[in-house]
Design a protein around this ligand. Structure first.
Ligand SMILES: *Cc1c(COP(=O)(O)O)cnc(C)c1O
Length: 400
């Protein structure tokens, strides 16, 4: 299939040189895109699991990890899962998404966001992003829904496909919060639940509220490349006690409590996080404030390094957001969009693990055909974005 990026004939050596020089001025040496930092109580907590035999899907660390997550994010409830994709899948089912429905998701996202919709037997309906946040454009979504959605007895229906639109999933791209308030407004107007894919945004807040806690449900990921890791893992956040109970039930094979009998009241999932992984997670969460501090220091160093360079800008959080800067992202000006791959090649040659954003969902074979709005901003962002090495260990030393 055709890659959507276009290589133009006119690559400006000044810009690509400028970018590699700026990266070199920040980084101490060759660096991968993102690596975990295991510098705290990881050994001690995991050893305790091994010593006590509590390694699997029951154990004190799972409860402790969930309590730490709820406390940190301000969510009333956190339910730990085997990975972020499983958390998202469960969120969609819990929000009432059924086979045959459509779910609004950004076209510019990691594939798991769309896949979780497909796992429900539903169809992702792709929406555009805005440059200010790199996430869903609420105004554009509102106009699109005014255009295609019929309010009917069955809810919000796509008048072109006849399918129910059951939910909206937003994603906080590279850790940077979307503009949630206008998005919540659109959802309210159409009676749609908002689910937040906050897989990348642990530690990021929107107007002081932690990402993943404004929607009816939110999903976190603790994969090895995320801001903190459990090896593999995820979590569901919600403020609704009924949904929290249902989330725990659904992710633990929907087994009814009984001293010895196996009774399951629906098709449930074995999505519970093992205690070993939760032990790692507890140790990681203890270090999150320090990691965030260093991530923001690294972002500031990149910002200074790129401040004087024309043709490119380092993405900075909007006023309403406090970002975890999980991945720093460089946006080439539109005129330089064709130079992205040259920049990536140059960075790779210099030992810097720079990466493009994800190929937009509607370019992937399984999502080529399907409902969508105009996706021109997502397309352009894909062609212009370059993620820079962003591990916390790369932060320059603190002054003072
Ligand atoms: C990482 C990620 C996920 C999935 O998390 P896993 O734990 O890898 O399953 C989902 N959505 C986004 C946007 C992600 O970056």
């Amino acid at each position: 299939m055709e890659p959507p990026a276009v290589r133009t004939e006119t690559v400006s050596p000044a810009l690509t040189d400028g970018i590699t020089e700026a990266v070199a001025s920040v980084l101490p040496g060759p660096a991968v895109l993102h690596e975990p930092e295991l510098a705290g109580n990881e050994w001690a907590y995991v050893k305790e699991c091994l010593d006590t035999g509590w390694v699997s899907s029951a154990g004190a660390y799972v409860d402790r990890f969930e309590a730490m997550l709820a406390d940190y994010t301000g969510a009333a409830h956190a339910i730990a899962t085997v990975n972020g994709t499983a958390a998202l899948h469960a969120c969609l089912l819990l929000a009432g998404v059924e086979a045959g429905d459509e779910v609004i998701v950004p076209a510019l996202t990691f594939v798991a966001t769309a896949n979780a919709v497909a796992y429900c037997g539903a169809t992702p309906h792709f929406a555009d992003s805005e440059e200010r946040t790199l996430g869903l454009d609420a105004a554009k979504l509102a106009a699109h829904l005014d255009d295609v959605a019929d309010a009917s007895a069955g809810g919000c229906v796509n008048r072109h496909t006849g399918r129910r639109i059951a939910a909206v999933v937003c994603m906080h791209t590279f850790g940077h919060p979307v503009d949630l308030d206008p998005l919540l407004d659109v959802c309210r107007r159409h009676g749609l639940p908002l689910i937040e894919d906050a897989a990348e945004s642990l530690g990021s807040t929107y107007k002081g509220r932690h990402t993943g806690t404004d929607g009816v449900l939110g999903a976190l990921s603790f994969n090895g490349n995320k801001i903190v890791t459990t090896g593999g893992g995820g979590a569901i956040l919600t403020n609704d006690p009924e949904l929290a109970k249902a989330a725990k039930h659904l992710t633990t094979t929907a087994k009814e409590a009984h001293p010895w009998e196996f009774v399951h009241d629906r098709v449930g999932y074995n999505y519970r996080m093992p205690n070993l992984n939760a032990a790692l997670g507890c140790a990681q969460l203890e270090q999150l404030p320090g990691i965030l501090e260093r991530k923001r220091r690294l972002a500031a160093a990149y910002r200074d390094a790129f401040a004087g360079l024309d043709g490119v800008r380092l993405f900075a959080e909007p006023d309403f957001a406090h970002s975890n800067y999980w991945l720093n992202v460089l946006l080439l000006d539109r005129a330089h969009a064709g130079e992205r791959d040259t920049v990536l090649d140059r960075c790779a040659a210099a030992g810097y693990g720079a990466r493009p954003a994800w190929r937009p969902m509607h370019h992937l074979p399984m999502y080529k055909v399907g409902p969508r709005m105009d996706l021109s901003v997502a397309e352009a962002l894909y062609q212009r974005a370059v993620n820079l090495p962003s591990s916390a260990c790369l932060a320059p030393p603190a002054h003072d």
